[in-house]
Structure formats: structure tokens, C-alpha cells
Design a binder for this molecule. Structure first.
Ligand SMILES: [Zn+2]
Length: 99
């Protein structure tokens, strides 16, 4: 196997993994909160680090569910696109908005 073939195989593998992750984010945008491990209540060191008497997890607001990183990135990317579209529709360029 040549170096080019190995590279192509690696690129294909990454593409397949990225596609799988994208589908997972679309099908199931929420995952278990990593901070409270999904129970919505902080325990032990995590609770001390929050510097609060409240036990409810701030990260997920006590729901125990968190948005997947890929989903958040996708929504941010779409929001940036919408902002750019709105700016283009009003005819304002970047240079004009900075003034
Ligand atoms: Zn949480």
C-alpha cells in the first residue's frame, strides 16, 4: 500500500466518522450532562467547585441533559449564517457596520 492510499483511507475513515457523528447529533441532540453525570445534582468535589450551597447543576440547570458539542457548533454556525444573510439583505457591509 502506498502513502497516497493510506492517506485516502484515513481521509475516508474520518469522513465516515464525521458523518456518523453528525447523524447522531441530528437524531439525538442531547446527551447526558458530563458535569453531574445526568442526575441534575452535583456531588462531592463538583459541588464544592461550584462555590454555591445549591446542589442543582448549573451546567444543565438540573435537567441532567446537555446539548451535544456537535449540535451546539451546528446551531452557532447556522446563527452566524443567518446574521450574515440579514446583513447582506440590509445591504450593510462589514466595513459600514464597524464605523
Ligand atoms: Zn448537569
Amino acid at each position: 500500500m502506498t502513502h497516497t492510499n493510506v492517506l485516502l483511507l484515513a481521509v475516508a475513515l474520518v469522513a465516515v466518522l464525521a458523518a456518523g457523528y453528525a447523524v447522531a447529533c441530528w437524531a439525538n441532540p442531547f446527551t447526558r450532562c458530563w458535569r453531574c453525570r445526568g442526575d441534575g445534582q452535583l456531588q462531592g468535589a463538583a459541588r464544592v467547585l461550584q462555590l454555591s450551597l445549591e446542589r442543582r447543576c448549573h451546567r444543565c440547570r438540573g435537567t441532567g441533559r446537555a446539548r451535544r458539542l456537535g449540535r451546539t457548533a451546528w446551531e452557532n454556525w447556522r446563527a452566524i449564517g443567518r446574521a450574515a444573510d440579514a446583513a447582506a439583505a440590509t445591504g450593510a457591509s462589514d466595513a459600514e457596520r464597524r464605523v
